[in-house]
Design a protein. Sequence first.
Length: 354
Amino acid sequence: MNKIHNFSAGPCILPQEVYEKSAEAVLNFNGSELSLLEISHRSKDFVAVMDEARAIVKRLMKLGDEYEVLYLGGGASLQFLMVPFNLLKADGGKAAYLDTGTWAAGAIKEAKYLGDVDVVGSSKKDNYAYIPTDYIVGSGYDYFHCTSNNTIYGTQMKEFPEVDTLMACDMSSDIFSRKIDFSKFDLIYAGAQKNMGPAGVTLVVVKKSILGKTGRTIPSYLNYQLHIEKESMLNTPPVFPVYASLLTLQQLEKNGGIAAAEQRNIAKAQLLYDEIDRNPYFETFCRNEDRSLMNVSFKITDESRKSAFDEAWKAAGISGLNGHRSLGGYRASLYNAMPIESVQVLVDVMKNFA
Ligand SMILES: *Cc1c(COP(=O)(O)O)cnc(C)c1O
């Protein structure tokens, strides 16, 4: 086990087995005496990786053949643009967005390049301390877009609304971390580097029947339909991140799938939130009912003690605990691969500090 307790928000900790197996594949892939990095993406061995990487997502999410799974470049940030390109009508198109944080706002900005956007709910004026619930999404929209987990502010949507249109969701920072009825969504995307692999690849899960209806000309790389036809090999895919993502998902499946991961994630988050609530030196930024299981953003109540706390957690071998530069404070990211033992180390530091 790593001696460093890595709470980084992304790129972030992955299972130890993934580091070991992917390192091995870089040196000698499948016993071929060739590196994963030097073989053709069209070789039989890599096509098998891509096929299984796509299949395992549907198994884990319990989705049927009406969905397609893609691995694309460009990060979740490119999806901010690809979603409206593929779903927003060319003529008089209009989309509804929920503004729950910096990433949600980023998605809104890109959609506005292509058409009308209504921000149906926003907690921006309260520094994104909660998830708005007082909104309705009617049938006048081409789609509704939300962000399931707000990586910076440490809030998470516990429930998803019933909407009268398509539903697209940025699940970058909590994908595969909890049980969700994924079939409620028409389009899901996630940058791999938060909870399912290394940086460099983005997962897209899309219901085929929603595509091709905008009357818009879509440049090739931005067109989901073309990626589907080419089975995620429209261009050279990021072979290493796809392989390491597959290993991560295989590990998840072996360890009981999403339901078991959710139990572990609840236990970890509970341990840390209980300490924050008990310890007068710490508090969270957000409303209790919207607290994230993945990113615990918190601050110290007595700023004059900050450097003493910083020294204490660094001395305990903790890394990556500083909050996002836009919010300050601290952020403990408790993604799937984070062991509860590391959370206990942090909790012990907080106890001793008090
Ligand atoms: C990190 C993050 C992004 C940005 O991902 P990139 O892959 O770097 O573009 C988008 N949305 C959410 C929720 C994130 O946490």
